[in-house]
Design a protein around this ligand. Structure first.
Ligand code: GAR
Length: 200
């Protein structure tokens, strides 16, 4: 009998990348792993609603809570026996101690072709604004393992996206999501889960 890898997804906002993972689970693209828990640092994140709608357990962590932020996350991950962590629009930088504990077990999606427009301060719309300001003609998305360097871990997959005339950061963000992020994130998560090799 096959056993799926337990996935925990960390989110902060709208959760369209989480939705892409949920959809990939339904369509069978993501078959070697199963989303067991969604954790948000933002209690109002729509991503939480997306998870609840399909019966996935959710939790909220609080940067100002009595227990240190990352300890709250670790307890949730351990209590739920999570094996792979996916950062899907999680807008917090995790400490070196945290990422070392989960070496090659944390996957992040970033909305540019790393090493361009990445690192500290490059998140969300800021990334697309920087790409447009620079005048690049091609951008894209990258899925990578997380290490102690922000956006510096080993690349798992990348996909390029053309910049078009009259693009705004908002228009470009949507195209990068549709053409790249929502495709390569589920494929990468499946690849990593499959490589952990718990199947059959
Ligand atoms: C996505 O574009 C994701 O790549 C980006 O934030 C957006 C979250 O959207 N993440 C980063 O910039 C991390 N550095 P979502 O909540 O709809 O998935």
């Amino acid at each position: 009998m096959s056993k799926k890898v337990s996935i925990g997804v960390l989110v902060s906002g709208g959760g369209t990348n989480l939705q892409a993972l949920i959809d990939a689970q339904s369509s069978g693209i993501l078959k070697s792993g199963e989303i067991k828990l969604v954790i948000s640092n933002n209690k109002d994140a729509f991503a939480l609603t997306r998870a609840e709608k399909v019966g996935i357990k959710t939790a909220v962590v609080d940067k100002n809570g009595d227990t240190p932020f990352e300890e709250q996350i670790i307890s949730l991950l351990e209590d739920n026996e999570i094996e792979i962590i996916v950062l899907a629009g999680f807008m917090c930088i995790l400490s070196e101690k945290f990422v070392k504990k989960y070496d090659k077990k944390i996957i992040n999606v970033h909305p540019s072709l790393i090493p361009s427009f990445c690192g500290k301060g490059f998140y969300g719309l800021r990334v697309h604004k920087a790409a447009l300001d620079y005048g690049v003609k091609v951008t894209g998305a990258t899925v990578h393992f997380v290490n102690e360097i922000p956006d510096g871990g080993e690349i798992i997959m990348q996909k390029s996206v053309e910049i078009e005339e009259n693009d705004t950061p908002e228009i470009l963000q949507k195209r990068v999501m549709e053409q790249a992020e929502w495709k390569i994130l589920p494929l990468s998560v499946e690849k990593v889960c499959k490589s952990i090799g718990k199947g059959e």
